[in-house]
Design a protein around this ligand. Sequence first.
Ligand SMILES: *[C@@H]1O[C@H](CO)[C@@H](O)[C@H](O)[C@H]1NC(C)=O
Ligand SMILES: *[C@@H]1O[C@H](CO)[C@@H](O)[C@H](O)[C@H]1NC(C)=O
Ligand SMILES: *[C@@H]1O[C@H](CO)[C@@H](O)[C@H](O)[C@H]1NC(C)=O
Ligand SMILES: *[C@@H]1O[C@H](CO)[C@@H](O)[C@H](O)[C@H]1NC(C)=O
Ligand SMILES: *[C@@H]1O[C@H](CO)[C@@H](O)[C@H](O)[C@H]1NC(C)=O
Ligand SMILES: *[C@@H]1O[C@H](CO)[C@@H](O)[C@H](O)[C@H]1NC(C)=O
Ligand SMILES: *[C@@H]1O[C@H](CO)[C@@H](O)[C@H](O)[C@H]1NC(C)=O
Ligand SMILES: *[C@@H]1O[C@H](CO)[C@@H](O)[C@H](O)[C@H]1NC(C)=O
Ligand SMILES: *[C@@H]1O[C@H](CO)[C@@H](O)[C@H](O)[C@H]1NC(C)=O
Ligand SMILES: *[C@@H]1O[C@H](CO)[C@@H](O)[C@H](O)[C@H]1NC(C)=O
Ligand SMILES: *[C@@H]1O[C@H](CO)[C@@H](O)[C@H](O)[C@H]1NC(C)=O
Ligand SMILES: *[C@@H]1O[C@H](CO)[C@@H](O)[C@H](O)[C@H]1NC(C)=O
Length: 785
Amino acid sequence: MIFTKICFIKCLIITQLLKLIQSQQFDSRPHVVAENLLMDYVSLGVIFQKSALQQSLYSQNVGNDSVQKNTNLVNIVEDQDKEINQNNLKSNNTRLNLLDLDKLQQNVFYVLKKKTIQDNKIQLLIQLYQNFDFYLNTYNNFIKCIKLTLYCRDASFIDLVAEDVNDDLRFKYKNQNFEQRNEKSFCFNNTNFSIFISDYNEPFQLKILRKNTNTLLFSLDERFVMSDKYIHLKYQASSKFIFGLGERNYKFKLEFNNSLYTLWNRDVPQDIETADSKGGHNTYGSHPVYLMKDTDYQDENNQTDTHFHLIYLQNVNAMDIFLTKQQEIEYRITGGILDFKIIACDSPSNCVQRYNVFLGKQALMPLWAYGFHQSRWGYQNIDEVKQIIAEYNFIEFPVESIFIDIDYMINYNTFTVNQTIFPLNNYSIMKDIEKRIVPILDVGIGLENQTLQVRQDALYYNVGVKDLTHKIYIGRVWPGYTLFPDFQKPITKIFWQNYTFNFMKQNNISAFWLDMNEYANFCHGICEELYQNYRQSYNLDVELFVEGLAYQPGSKPLENMSLSLVSIHEESGDLEFNFHNINGYLHSQSTYKAVKYEMQNPLPFLISRSTIPGSGNYVSHWAGDNNSSYEFMAYSVSSLFNFHIFGIDFTGSDICGFMGNTTQELCNRWAQLGSLYPFSRNHNHEKLLSQEFFTFDEFGGALFSFRTKYSLLKYYYTLTLNNTYKIQPAFMNFANDSNLYLDNILETHIMIGQHLISVPVLKQGQNYYEIYFPQGRWQILNQNI
Ligand SMILES: *[C@@H]1O[C@H](CO)[C@@H](O)[C@H](O)[C@H]1NC(C)=O
Ligand SMILES: *[C@@H]1O[C@H](CO)[C@@H](O)[C@H](O)[C@H]1NC(C)=O
Ligand SMILES: *[C@@H]1O[C@H](CO)[C@@H](O)[C@H](O)[C@H]1NC(C)=O
Ligand SMILES: *[C@@H]1O[C@H](CO)[C@@H](O)[C@H](O)[C@H]1NC(C)=O
Ligand SMILES: *[C@@H]1O[C@H](CO)[C@@H](O)[C@H](O)[C@H]1NC(C)=O
Ligand SMILES: *[C@@H]1O[C@H](CO)[C@@H](O)[C@H](O)[C@H]1NC(C)=O
Ligand SMILES: *[C@@H]1O[C@H](CO)[C@@H](O)[C@H](O)[C@H]1NC(C)=O
Ligand SMILES: *[C@@H]1O[C@H](CO)[C@@H](O)[C@H](O)[C@H]1NC(C)=O
Ligand SMILES: *[C@@H]1O[C@H](CO)[C@@H](O)[C@H](O)[C@H]1NC(C)=O
Ligand SMILES: *[C@@H]1O[C@H](CO)[C@@H](O)[C@H](O)[C@H]1NC(C)=O
Ligand SMILES: *[C@@H]1O[C@H](CO)[C@@H](O)[C@H](O)[C@H]1NC(C)=O
Ligand SMILES: *[C@@H]1O[C@H](CO)[C@@H](O)[C@H](O)[C@H]1NC(C)=O
């Protein structure tokens, strides 16, 4: 019996771990005060260890093939002679109101004109009914003829691509790391999907259903339109259980409450999603992917069978995704093409795994990255850092590294070090510290100090994003006026990698903390004082481009805290409008290459603020500038869960909170939770009370928690190497347990891999925990509340 064997090995490992834990003295909490009962024994909350493998987590599917007849798809090449004559278009020139898009069925919809079914793809040409020239505004003519292609990768994974037949130049995010389609496979006659396509000259409809349950997963119908800079589609969701669509600070399960979720990389501290119809609470990264539970399906034995699916839209333009009260999903996208990846799976973990395999291999962080890191904006010099380390050593608190913020640079200029206060290049001083140093690395290159070599080189090699007059585009960040490396240019990659390599080689640093790479800009769009004549100096059309967007995602201008949307990436001529979300990805990639191939560090440890799908191949992530509040602590759980879906497993939020003064209770509770994060870092704002754990009278809870984490590090890392170290919601392992979808359980029960469960205390003043145990035999690994 294979199961017994695996269980035996696992139990053995776990028994050894338990022994290891028992052999350590965890009750060394030096400053316990009796009157503060709450703080007294805070720790990891509680970790339960599952004692035996669940014998069968997911019952096998019992489908009913007879629903197959719903498909009108035939296995022949059908090619009716309905070619579109582009010269035959009537002109109507009707301007439509965007808000009416859902009501357009009478006049504006597409009809099927051509259908070609090949081995592994179905190609459809659809054309605007009546061929009128509809437009939303000057820049948003409706696309008259759309090429739709369905590719079948295998039985449970299809691609749906929609492009303008006459325009190959629409912006596309392609990533060669992503799993390529196998063009030879033939599988449309044998998939888990049934595909319904409406008849010729009828209002166009395309439906993708799960074959064995007949559940609608995705559809295009009369409400689907593509214009130059606005794409609209809407379909019924199969359930209210939807997860993903980050990045934002919110609970894990999103609401269908006329809730507008905006996606656009934005530097914004402390923003909280309101899930109302205004949107605009998007933060640093954009991941247009969601995981959804199908409606529960009763099989012939009346057993509830739970299925999930995952839909990723491979598009990096700004967009809103609107979840209506009627449980519909509406996309409002400002450009690019539609390139959906539709994955149907039995279990949620299959969906995530499949999507993660598609995205490519995640960068492996070194073991020490899983330890504890202390950070602060405001460490003034190396002596202060030494003092911090000494204090931690004194209480025997395990620390791997100190993160240093912008304070170490010369006037905040990237690739500079004020060696007087942070002698990072002095080997004897650095060796003395005995801890690793991780500096922040901002992406913008300061322009104000003319003597800096990096400024001269950046200008000489012409690495900057340009303005419309093809001069360097100037924004303002920490060092003052700044240029922004345009990583689309090969020379920029050479420049950045050269500087990163030299910087790392000349200084004793172990990793980088990549910041401001959305790209963030303190001037909103343009620095008015620099560009007084700019708006007049280029043609008005471009101005209209920005102001005349038919649709503005979110409630804030896209240029808020960002570059001008009409700054240029010269290599391709693309505007920042299209390119924006890719900046941080390319910055991450370039830094990774420098550290891995030039420094020859096999495991680059990089934390990046901005991410998109694919970023996990190079970097990990922290959740950005949060607040010292219970609310933010709770949302850090959903951040972990989300980034697990997004293919970036190594994440964490700033423990004890970045902005706002923390409290002893909050900080200890956050240490309990934060010690479970793969990336555990205590980080604090410049102008606030200190929050290193030793600064509190009570820090026993934090100490206990992190010692526990350290005792489990090798176990974590073994699971990481095996690709099974995942911080995930409990339903990922027990999809058929309906209790795990109840809000209070869903958002709080954290599983580490498949066998450990933890429920942190997330509320002020709470001195108990409530835990729901999924099926299995559970035992307490560690309890200390
Ligand atoms: C399965 O197919 C049979 C034959 O068409 C039908 O009678 C039955 O209702 C189907 N069962 C389900 C659960 O759809
Ligand atoms: C143009 O389109 C509008 C909106 O669909 C319609 O009301 C109008 O009759 C059309 N005009 C012509 C000349 O076809
Ligand atoms: C699907 O079609 C291919 C090519 O005609 C054929 O080889 C294969 O057997 C078919 N599979 C099924 C399940 O019908
Ligand atoms: C849904 O939105 C309404 C306001 O539009 C709000 O009052 C209500 O609390 C929301 N419901 C949930 C579950 O968020
Ligand atoms: C399943 O449930 C239906 C409706 O409650 C019932 O009629 C049927 O007998 C049940 N089937 C089995 C196998 O229990
Ligand atoms: C998908 O198809 C494969 C191969 O036909 C099958 O083994 C699997 O059970 C199906 N999964 C679902 C969720 O229908
Ligand atoms: C380095 O920091 C010290 C102390 O803040 C300051 O006096 C000095 O000017 C700085 N050096 C440079 C080159 O900026
Ligand atoms: C490094 O620092 C030590 C102690 O301050 C000093 O004696 C030494 O000269 C420094 N080395 C270099 C290369 O600057
Ligand atoms: C400019 O940078 C140099 C280092 O190249 C530094 O010594 C100098 O203090 C800086 N000047 C200003 C005004 O910050
Ligand atoms: C590489 O970096 C060094 C400084 O670290 C600089 O002197 C040199 O000019 C750089 N070369 C390029 C191509 O950026
Ligand atoms: C933090 O606490 C300090 C000292 O009590 C106080 O001066 C400061 O205003 C506080 N800051 C905030 C943001 O509450
Ligand atoms: C490693 O992964 C495989 C496949 O997911 C799994 O069967 C095995 O139990 C894992 N090993 C450990 C030690 O977790």
